[in-house]
Design a protein around this ligand. Sequence first.
Ligand SMILES: Nc1ncnc2c1ncn2[C@@H]1O[C@H](COP(=O)(O)OP(=O)(O)OP(=O)(O)O)[C@@H](O)[C@H]1O
Length: 268
Amino acid sequence: MQVERGADSSRPEGEPLLVAEGIVKRFGGVAAVDGVSFALRRGEILGLIGPNGAGKTTLFDCLAGSQSPSEGRILMRGRPVERLPAWRRLEAGLGRTFQIPRPFPEMTVLENVLLGRQGAAGETILPNWLQPGRVRREEAESRERAMVLLDFVTLAKLANEPARVLSGGQRKLLELARVLMAEPEAILLDEPAAGVNPSLLEVIMERIRDLNARGTTFLLIEHNMDMVARLCGRVLVMASGQLLMTGTHDEVVRDRRVVDAYLGGVAA
Ligand SMILES: Nc1ncnc2c1ncn2[C@@H]1O[C@H](COP(=O)(O)OP(=O)(O)OP(=O)(O)O)[C@@H](O)[C@H]1O
């Protein structure tokens, strides 16, 4: 069975899918994100790098809806989403994963994946009363889809284990399966390689590539430059809340400003 994509295939690759215009996020007097503008193009894997504290996660929080930007606009397929809560942005096709995934430890791996589904009829009271057959059918379909996704991320054998047994890398894969339940067109991935052993890292990269080949667009925060080089066509570089430059991996690692800000004076 196939993991189908959530993308709207009627739209051409390469056009802007998610656009950030002048995003500012202040905490007290400090601008953690300070006027960032960029476009995530449909079909790409765009990297986002920068030293610790550059503002990458805060930018993700603003894009995905867990923080409201102090200023700026966020457009998903041309529509402003900056005032929508995170769940409405997910409905609009924008999913995100977290740097440190926190699955519910006592729930099974499968149950954790099921939490990622959107708008299931059984989650509201009325359909449970009026259309129990429909609710049961949807439940069965959701479980089947969750199992397909667990198989895709190589965790099917652990479906009925409590999530607490998973390693850090397996939690990243669970997080990917959870967000895929909502069939997002674009996924913001926050450091998928952090704390992951090399063999699981290869699985994660392969799955990201697979999904991308089927139409999912990615924005990827990553410190692992090998992963950035292998996955990302373009790379955004942030430093001190601002966008320093955009280019290919080779262009950014050779740029003096990036070397100074991010690589501590040693070109990778
Ligand atoms: N809720 C908050 N309240 C106050 N300051 C915050 C808050 N969240 C982030 N910051 C500050 O904003 C700045 C940017 O942090 P952020 O986590 O976005 O950086 P980052 O680029 O993701 O770093 P890392 O690579 O270490 O994850 C930091 O100085 C951080 O201390």
